[in-house]
Design a protein around this ligand. Structure first.
Ligand SMILES: [Zn+2]
Length: 342
């Protein structure tokens, strides 16, 4: 007696590398998706349709109109209703596949809860929008020996890397130090095509299915594409894996242990939240001002920059990397805004 609906998955089990044995394993697999935006939506839809047995969705945000071009799990009614993304996503996924157990978790993934939330996963999927959360996921994965599938999309470009801790290169092997805040483009500053994010989410889901089926030969190769130029590449990261890094080889977990990262604090008596400088420190305010000018009015002087990035929400970025998010008292909300624009 199999643990899955044989008719429902017949086209999938006929694919020989997966087969009925792989489908059986999918039904018994526990997946955690961190971030329920464009990548998390696409990978969750693909995985729940593919028949994974358990899916935990972690997200700190609410759906907004500007999410709708690329975040497959949400519609206009969800935006109007204002349910957290994880909850709205779980509701939609349950309609797609009633046999899947879906667990929404509405939190900001931070050092204090990451191990609890991620440790029971068979595979972790990266649907996050910021490097800090990715380092945290990488460290939990390395510490617990859990495979994880990194994904990223910006503009028309995407990349996916499957990390098998101890066997392949990890995120820190690839990016040893976080770049200074504000130097990387984000979806808000550089834009994004929904189709690029959907490709990344679909590839991530395929990587999970391969891992569950035991097909690990291609893990550790970074897949990268640009839908606009039509280029698709695979980068062999074996040389990086051979060298390793302090996290995947020596058990150094600076983000998980709180030595790196930025605890957000509410500013007393003000409708604002202060975030200390992240690792990387000083910010090129002039360059940041140029990028944020596409988003809203910006004023800049040698010490700080002020930008109206969203209605009622003002970012003040200091040259030393500190940030104040005006218009909210909620640290999680402030971190969402910072991840979006910086
Ligand atoms: Zn490493």
């Amino acid at each position: 007696m199999s643990g899955f609906d044989a008719d429902r998955y017949s086209r999938q089990t006929r694919f020989a590398p997966l087969g009925a044995a792989g489908q059986e394993k999918l039904a018994a697999t526990r997946i955690v998706i961190v971030g329920c935006g464009a990548l998390g939506s696409a990978s969750a839809v693909a995985l729940v349709r593919a028949g994974v047995g358990f899916l935990r969705l972690i997200d700190r945000d609410l759906p907004e109109r500007s999410n709708l071009p690329r975040q497959l799990l949400f519609d206009e009614a969800d935006v109007a209703e204002g349910l957290p993304k994880a909850v709205a996503a779980a509701r939609q996924l349950a309609r797609i596949n009633a046999a899947a157990r879906i667990e929404p978790v509405v939190v900001d993934l931070v050092a204090g809860n990451a191990l609890d939330l991620l440790a029971a996963a068979d595979v972790i999927v990266d649907g996050t929008d910021n490097l800090e959360a990715r380092y945290l996921v990488n460290e939990v994965a390395c510490r617990t020996g859990t495979p994880w599938v990194h994904g990223g999309a910006i503009g028309a470009e995407g990349r996916v890397l499957t990390v098998l801790p101890g066997r392949t290169a990890c995120l820190r092997c690839l990016v040893p130090d976080p770049p200074p805040p504000g130097t990387l483009p984000t979806c808000e500053t550089a834009g994004i095509l929904g189709s690029a994010a959907m490709v990344v989410g679909a590839v991530q889901a395929a990587e999970v299915i391969k891992l569950v089926a035991g097909a690990t030969e291609t893990a550790g190769r970074m897949m990268a594409f640009d839908l606009w130029s039509g280029e698709w590449r695979t980068l062999d990261l074996t040389p990086l894996a051979a060298a390793g890094c302090p996290t995947c080889r020596a058990g150094d977990y600076p983000w998980l242990e709180g030595r790196l990262g930025s605890p957000a604090t509410e500013l007393c008596g003000r409708d604002a939240v202060h975030l200390p400088a992240a690792a990387g420190g000083s910010v090129d305010l002039a360059a940041l001002a140029q990028r944020l000018a596409a988003v809203g009015p910006v004023t800049v002087n040698p010490w700080m920059l002020r930008a109206d990035v969203e209605p009622g929400c003002q970012l003040s970025v200091f040259a030393d990397g500190r940030v104040i998010v005006g218009g909210t008292r909620d640290p999680a909300r402030a971190r969402v805004v910072v991840a979006r624009y910086l």
